[in-house]
Design a protein around this ligand. Sequence first.
Ligand SMILES: Nc1ncnc2c1ncn2[C@@H]1O[C@H](COP(=O)(O)OP(=O)(O)OP(=O)(O)O)[C@@H](O)[C@H]1O
Length: 400
Amino acid sequence: MPIGPNPNLPEELQGYHTLVVLDQPQSTKERRPNFGSLHATVYKAISSVDGLAYVLRRIENFRLMNELAFGAIEQWSRIRHPNIVSIREAFTTRAFNDSSLIVAYDYHPNAVTLMEAHLKTRQSLGLNPHSPAPVPETILWSYVTQIGSAIRAVHTAGMAVRILDVSKVLLTGKNRVRIACGGIADVVAYDTRQDTQILQQEDMLNFGRLILALCCNSPNPTTNINKSIETMMRNYSPEFKAVVLWLISKPSPMKSINHLFELIGPRMVTEIDALQHQNDRLEGELASELENGRLVRLLSKLGFINERPEFDRDPRWSDTGDRYIIKLFRDYVFHQVDEHGNPVVNLSHVLTCMNKLDAGTEERIMLISRDEQSCLVVSYKELKACIESTFSELARGTAR
Ligand SMILES: Nc1ncnc2c1ncn2[C@@H]1O[C@H](COP(=O)(O)OP(=O)(O)OP(=O)(O)O)[C@@H](O)[C@H]1O
């Protein structure tokens, strides 16, 4: 949640403007480093290039010693994965009166960290964060599949995730998770380069710790690992426990993220089913939005045609031919009254009429003039043709 605009922030930052801090404010006393020994702050900002919102992660007091450190950002920006927040670019800046590293990522509205979604709520509600209110196993299987898939993509690209814990994985939709800080560690720790295979083994350990943290409602489940494993065993199936224990098991050259997918095979089928259901639901919603779009277009055309002020003194325009039929139809749809003369405000009548008009059905309706002196029987098909021809006449500017 944005905390609000801050007058102390730069107005413009290498093509970004309207910066808003997204982190929870920390008092100077409790402010702790959150990237190794460095402080980081997260902002939402708007790009002047495409007008879209992005997230800028700023690492304070960072000195770039070697331009080659940005090579990793290029590699990361080539990764497009549904469970990784995409990187846009990275640069250094003095706009904050220090030397900062900025890494720009895609912005996901309403995203919260797994920490905020599952662990902080208990603390903020004043509940014991360690008391058992386990995250349901089905949700955790989904997280395991998604985060595992993200790690696999990064490892396949010859890199390591490096920053992976409950405060650095985002929940960006219903059960959709994304790794949030790709690339930063590669730049910040460029000078102390480590063997990628070792880092990849650490990824699996961190992944195991992350899942264990969610099982135990504790951000640091490894402080008392035996107790955490006990808690997990009480609340989750043996199959799930086996996966977590494998993830936190000792690193070995034989331990690869690909093996995870052999362990969780049947769960991936459940995940695929859930995704297809979700897809069906979204397609359903999209279909009704398409219908709404068609209706808005039709209503707009009616709005353009009826009561044009430039034809006010020219009853020949609005009271003859096609336009007259459209005018009576407008009254039929919107201006009906009941037997007491009260307006009938019935949205479903409007929607039914508009749908029939859009489809151009053969159904006939009786249109009566306000003075009840004339009465016309027309089909929706004829009405549709009238509206189309009058609207194109208007659009061509040949209405007079
Ligand atoms: N790509 C993003 N899109 C949308 N919101 C994001 C994105 N990345 C982070 N956020 C938001 O920014 C907030 C702060 O992120 P951050 O990674 O600093 O988490 P944090 O819990 O404050 O971690 P730390 O304790 O390390 O500061 C999160 O609550 C999240 O809602």
